[in-house]
Each structure stands twice: as C-alpha cells, then as structure tokens.
Design a protein around this ligand. Structure first.
Ligand SMILES: Nc1ncnc2c1ncn2[C@@H]1O[C@H](COP(=O)(O)OP(=O)(O)O)[C@@H](O)[C@H]1O
Ligand SMILES: [Mg+2]
Length: 367
C-alpha cells in the first residue's frame, strides 16, 4: 500500500517558478488525474514524484518516507510517457522483459512474467513482433507492459494517450481503467484532455500556472467549480459567462437590467462586479416577454448528431446553449431563461466562486 504525500512542493528553473506550493495527499490505490493547460507544470510535478527532476523546496513522501534524496530507481515508480520510447530492434517480448533482464532475472522466470503481463494487456499473440509492426495503440500497450512488469508501487503517466487517434484513445482509456480496477496501484495520470480526466479520475487535480486551482471528484469539480479558471476549463462547449453587478437585494443584474436568480441572495455588497456562469446544457428556451428571460440572437448552429449547440449572443455576451439533438429555431425572436439553480457566480476581483445564501440569512445580515 503506497500513499504519496506532497508538501509545499516548488520547482524553479532559474528564477522562473514552474510549480509552486503544491500540497497534495494521494491515498494508496487512488487514481489521481492532474489536468491543466500546456505549460502549467504537470510534467514537472510528475517528474519530481519520480525523482527525474530536482526539488527546489518542499518534499515528496512515498509510503511514509520522504524521498527527496532517493534515486529514481529506488522509489518504486514506473512511468509511461507520451512517446512510447520502445527499443525498435527488440521484439515485444524483449521490450517488456528488458528491465527484468537488466535486473538479472532468469530466462524462465522472465518469460513467465512477460507472458503474464502480455496476457493482461492482450499482447500475447504479438510477442515476436517489432515495434515497427505494431499500431499506435499496441505500442502504447507494450510501453505499459514494460512499466507493469516491474510491479511498481506507483504508476506515473505523462499524457500517454496524446499520440493516439480518438478511437484508440477511448479504447486505451477503458483498458487503463480496467487495469487499475484489477491492480489497484496508486496512479498519477497527467493530461490536458478533459474527457480523459473526467472519465479516468477517482480524484481530479486542476492546475494552472504552477499552482493547484481545485481538487475533488470529477463530479464535484464539474458541478461546483471553485474559480473562473476551472469553470472555463471544464465542459464542452465551455460555460457561458455574463458580466453582472450585484443589486441591493444581493442578486446579479446583467446589462439588459434583467435580474438573474431572483429568489436567491449572494452575500456581496451592492455594486460588486461579478460574472454569472451558466453551462450551455442548463439554459432553457423562453417565451418573450418575461421579466427573467434574455433576448437571444442566434449566430450559428453546431449539429454533432448526438448533440446540438446553438451559438449566439445574449445580454452583450457570447452565449451557447445545448438544445434537443437536431433542434432548429421554431420562432423569432428567441429568448433564453437561466434557471436559478444553474447559476455559478464568481467575483471579478479574484475569480473565486461565491455561493448563494438563504434569503432569510441575507435579510438578517443586512438588518
Ligand atoms: N528544463 C526546463 N528548463 C526551463 N524551463 C522549463 C524546463 N522544463 C519545463 N520548463 C518550464 O516550466 C513550466 C512547466 O512546464 P511543464 O511541467 O512541462 O508543463 P506541462 O507538462 O503542464 O505542459 C513551463 O513554463 C516550461 O516552459
Ligand atoms: Mg507535460
């Protein structure tokens, strides 16, 4: 059983911080996905866990022991990269068994181990092939086999599926999920792909510019994003954002003077500038005129077959709505309504989320 505990971890290249003040505990057996845009420090964090990168300050502990000064080979981590880095002149069996050969494991034992791992990965009929004779997905599985044969305490994945086409990515995702269910090895998986992250993670860590923005289950993070950054990063099409100002009753008012979430109260001073976030799928079509509907100007329809999105403008901002698959506008002009429960509210100053309070609390608070 192997827990990873990361404490105030920082890494700077020269004077430039790449990763800053990371605190994270990954319980034994958990599958954690680190998600963030390119350059946010994901690989640097992973490489510090593996020992491939020196730590500037803070600590990494594996299984209760601080490993800052422990050699990569002695940390019990196996890493799978985006480029599979297979030996082209070796067969699948030789690639998978290489680490054991180097470690001096006998031929008979090695062959048994290779067959066991290859069978788990569905590679048992391909053992004699060279990497050049394999598909991208098969190569990636060989790379995984090479990591698995060492029975590592920890799996570290750095965007291992990024080179595969969409269909193979899905297949490998299911494969990795199945493997984790079987092996229960503590795993840290780095990606910039939100679908991969949402589907694989027991727990999701969202990173931005070297710091952690939010940690939680995929569901928690999607339903209650803690910041504008997280809200904007997760979801397709992305969340809509409407600039608004808080009125004296604690409600956001958008540029059309429409009060949103009229029955809710946000405990912010009147005049506070905020951003109202609402997911495209949470927006409904409305009949005009209505005190709480927003006129919607349709610019474009994206019909993906299984889902249909209308892109346009409302209250001076771009707005996308997800409608019934295949739906086309039946009337003009159009209007949309934003259900109160669908409102995510963020302060402009720091981009942090503010949740509504009960109306009764608001009245007491303001006397
Ligand atoms: N060896 C290096 N020397 C200097 N800067 C680096 C080095 N490696 C990464 N960086 C910088 O550190 C930041 C984080 O990089 P990285 O961890 O690779 O991001 P990610 O994996 O999220 O794309 C980036 O700004 C990158 O340019
Ligand atoms: Mg990277």
């Amino acid at each position: 059983m192997t827990e990873i505990a990361i404490d105030s971890l920082c890494k700077s290249y020269g004077k430039t911080p790449a990763v800053c003040g990371i605190d994270l505990v990954i319980p034994s057996g958990e599958f954690v996905v680190i998600l963030g845009p390119s350059g946010c420090g994901k690989s640097t964090l992973l490489r510090m866990i593996a020992g491939l990168e020196d730590i500037t300050s803070g600590s990494v502990a594996i299984g209760g022991t601080v490993v800052n000064d422990v050699e990569p080979g002695a940390r019990g981590c196996a890493m799978v990269f985006q480029n599979y880095a297979l030996y082209p002149h070796m067969s699948v069996a030789q690639n998978i068994g290489y680490a054991q050969k180097i470690a001096g494991v006998g031929k008979r034992e090695r062959e048994a181990a290779v067959l066991r791992v290859a069978t788990v990965l569905g590679l048992e009929t391909l053992l004699d092939r060279k990497p050049g004779q394999l598909s991208g997905g098969q190569r990636q599985r060989v790379a995984m086999g090479r990591a698995m044969i060492r029975s590592p305490k920890i799996f570290l994945f750095d965007e291992p599926l990024s080179n595969l086409d969409a269909k193979l990515r899905l297949q490998m995702r299911l494969e990795i999920k199945r493997l984790h269910r079987e092996l229960r090895t503590t795993s840290v998986f780095v990606t910039h792909d939100q679908i991969e992250a949402m589907t694989l993670a027991d727990r999701l860590v969202i990173m931005n510019k070297g710091v952690i923005e939010q940690v939680g289950t995929p569901d928690e993070i999607f339903r209650r994003p803690a910041s504008l950054f997280v809200a904007d990063f997760l979801g397709t099409p992305p969340m809509n954002f409407l600039p608004a100002t808080i009125d004296t009753a604690g409600r956001p008012v958008v540029s059309t003077n429409t009060v949103l979430g009229a029955a809710r109260r946000w405990n912010l001073p009147a005049g506070t500038d905020v951003r109202v976030g609402v997911r495209p799928g949470d927006i409904g079509l409305a009949e005009l005129p209505s005190a709480h509907a927003l006129p919607f100007e349709l610019d474009m329809i994206d019909d993906l077959g299984t889902e249909t999105h209308w892109h346009g403008h409302a209250a001076g901002s771009r707005l996308s709505i997800t409608v019934t698959p295949g739906a086309r506008p039946a009337r003009s002009p159009l209007a949309v309504s934003i259900p109160e429960g669908a409102i995510h509210l963020f302060r402009n100053t720091d981009g942090r989320r503010v949740d509504p309070i009960k109306s009764t609390e608001f009245l007491q608070a303001t006397g």
